[in-house]
Design a protein around this ligand. Sequence first.
Ligand code: UT7
Length: 336
Amino acid sequence: MTYFFSLLVVKSTSAERKIMSFNIIGTGSYLPPQIVTNDDLAKTLDTSDEWITQRVGISTRHISVDECAADMGYQAALKALEMAKTQPDEIDLIIAASITGDNICPTVAGTIQKMLGSNAISFDINSACSGFLFALDTAAGFFERGTVKKALVIGSERMSKILDWNDRSTCVIFGDGAGAVVLEVGDGYIASKLSTKGDDDVIKIPTGRNNSPFYKKTMDEGIVFMDGQETFKFAVNTITREISDIANENNISLNDIKYIVPHQANIRIIQYASKRLNIPMEKFSVNIERCGNTSAASIPIALDELCRAKDLQKGSLIVFSAFGGGLSTATTLIKW
Ligand code: UT7
C-alpha cells in the first residue's frame, strides 16, 4: 500500500516566525495498579510470553479495573501540576487527547477540569495515537495568540475497554494509562509536523451504539480493528522520514537531538528507526516492555519517565514521534 501525505501535511515553525510558544514546566503520569503479564493473557488466548516479547517487546501492561480515562488523566495532571509548582486555578486551558473517554460530553478534559476545581477552557482532541501531539500543537496556537498563560495537556486512554479480548493480534499490544504536561509561555516549542489520511482500511474503531430504530447493525462495534502488518509498515516509514525531516527543516543535525520520545507501539519499530537514522537506542525513551501501547497516553507517559529519570538540561532538543489511527502522524521538536 502506498501512502500519500503531502496534501495534508501541516507545518508550523514558531522559531522561524519568532512567535511566542510555550515551555514544558511539569510532567506527570499515572498507571492503574493492576498489572497483566503475558502469561496471564496466555491463560485465555492462544499466545505466549515468548511471541509477545519477541514480536512486540511487551512483558506487562497496566489495565484499569474501575478508573476511566478522566480519572487517570486527573491523577497524571496532579503530578504534573506538582512538578510545575502550579495551582489548578492558574491553568487557563485544558486539552485532553483520548479515544476512550466515557462520555461524549462532558469531555475527558471537562471532567478533569471539574475534578481540579478549575475554570479553564477545556476540550478533547481525537487523533488516536498521535492525539497528544495534535493537542500540543493546538495549545501552541493559544500561546501564539496570547490568550493563555498556562495550560495542561493530557493524554489518557483506557484502551482495555475497546479491545476484543479474544483477538490475540490486538489485545496483547495495548495498555491503559495517562500522561500530562503543564505548559507556560516560553520559546521551547520549535516545530511540529502533523498529517492525516482519513482511510479506514488499516485501523478502524467503530463507535458503539445507535439508538435509531431504523439502524441496521452490519459489523462489530466499539472495538479496535487493525491490520498489524500494514500499520507496522506505515509506522516504520513514518518515524524515520518524519524525524529526519523535522531535523532538516529546522537546520539541526540528528546528533543534536538529545532524546527521542517515540510512540510505544512495538519495540521493533523503535529499533528499526534507531538503525535507519543511526541514532543510538539509548537516546530513545522506551517503556513499552512495562506499559504496552497506551495510544495518546504513550508519549506523555514516556516523557514523564524520561524527565524523572534523567537530568534534562535546559536547552536540550527533544523530538516526539507518533503515528497511528486516523491514519495520523505527528512529529514535534521542542527545546527543554
Ligand atoms: O498504536 C497504533 C499503531 N500500531 C502499531 O504500530 C502496530 C504495528 N504492528 C505491529 O506491531 C505488529 O504487526 C503486530 C504486533 C500487531 C503483529 O506482529 P507481526 O509480526 O506483524 O505478526 P503477524 O500479524 O504477521 O502474524 C504472524 C503470525 C500469524 O500466524 P500465522 O498466520 O503465521 O500462522 C498470527 O496469527 O503470528 C500470529 N499471531 C500471534 N501468535 C501468538 C498474531 N498475534 C499473535 C499472538 N500470539 N498474540
